[in-house]
Design a protein around this ligand. Structure first.
Ligand code: ASP
Length: 333
């Protein structure tokens, strides 16, 4: 058995679900109970548990990310690594958020969950939990990662790409950190060398809106968003851009939005390969707006949570824009 000590933070999710009397699934299994389903873990390392939440991850948001980051910060020196049991639906958001809130961790922070409850006969929960801990105690484990269905995926590159199948997560446009082949761990991305000390951020500003363009969309939405939001992510088509041309109402609305000191990031609805506003006229007009930002090859989850983190660090638009452009854990390639 490894002498390593790992803290298991349980937050709910399908992995911890039992059927209710109404015939639906709701989180009900404690962190301690989860461990009893995987007796092999007792031979792997020492594990303490903390029951942080009991939530379907649809109900997890910025305040819970802050709770998770705080729990890790409070116990950072007492453990060799952290495993977070979490619902799959928003796991990629939590993984990206923690990648910004806990920068340069020299200990692994591993999220896992399952598509089928640990009570299910053909559950993926046991395999995922076992691999999450096996990765967390392995030499050279690093960063915020999702361990799921034999893959170890960087928190900033992970997306849920299937709602039902066991291969629910992909690493988008970047190699996996590692894979499990049976019980053998094969690493592709080594831990970064010469990192500055770990840094924890305390807050997130949730006032970020994602606007998915559809053909024919009007520009009034921007005025409606202003009282509530500090940043908007504009998901365009293909490599990105804005319909309506130089004199169009959408371009004028985004210009006004930016002039009001808010942030705007142009991104794409396309899953792979990101935006490139420099290619087409429709992209150039967007790129040339003073203060406009571009998502390029960041995942949607990374864009949104990075903006929330940035806006909690500074209220100065220029400083916020600069912070957004600094790559964190391979979010920008
Ligand atoms: N609805 C569940 C959740 O995200 C789904 C899952 O965990 O797979 O909490």
């Amino acid at each position: 058995m490894s002498t390593k000590k790992i803290l298991l933070l349980a937050t709910g999710g399908t992995i911890a679900c039992k059927p209710t009397s109404r015939g639906v699934l709701a989180p009900a299994i404690s962190a301690e109970e989860l461990l009893q389903f995987v007796p092999e873990l007792a031979g792997l390392c020492r594990i303490d548990t903390m029951q942080l939440y009991d939530l379907d991850s649809t109900n997890i948001g910025p305040e819970h990310w802050c709770g998770m980051a705080k729990a890790i910060q409070d116990h950072y020196h007492a453990y060799d690594g952290f495993v977070i049991a979490h619902g799959t639906d928003t796991m990629a958001y939590t993984a990206a958020a923690l990648s910004y809130m806990i920068q340069n961790p020299d200990k692994p922070i591993v999220l896992t969950g399952s598509q089928k409850s640990i009570y299910n006969r053909d559950t993926d929960a046991r395999n995922n939990l076992l691999h999450a801990f096996a990765y967390a105690v392995s030499e050279g484990a690093w960063g915020v990662q999702i361990v799921f269905n034999n893959l170890v995926i960087l928190g900033t590159r992970a997306r849920k790409v299937r709602s039902k199948s066991l291969n629910a997560f992909s690493s988008i446009d970047y190699p996996e950190t590692a894979v499990f082949r049976d019980d053998r761990l094969i690493r592709f991305l080594p831990a970064p060398e010469h990192q500055p000390p770990v840094q924890f951020a305390a807050g997130m500003d949730p006032a970020v809106f994602v606007l998915r363009l559809v053909p024919g969309m009007g520009a009034q939405i921007f005025e409606a968003l202003k009282p509530f939001y500090h940043a908007v992510v504009i998901e365009g088509f293909g490599v990105g851009g804005l319909p309506g041309g130089e004199k169009g109402p959408l371009l004028q609305a985004v210009r006004d939005w930016l002039a009001s000191g808010r942030l705007a990031v142009f991104s794409t609805q396309v899953q792979h390969e990101g935006s490139d506003l420099s290619v087409y006229e429709v992209g150039r007009i967007a790129r040339d707006l003073p203060g406009a930002l571009e998502a390029r090859d960041m995942t949607p989850e990374a864009v949104v949570t990075k903006l929330m983190w940035v806006l909690a660090q500074t209220t100065t638009p220029d400083a916020a824009r600069q912070l957004f452009e600094v790559p964190v854990q391979h979010d920008l390639l």
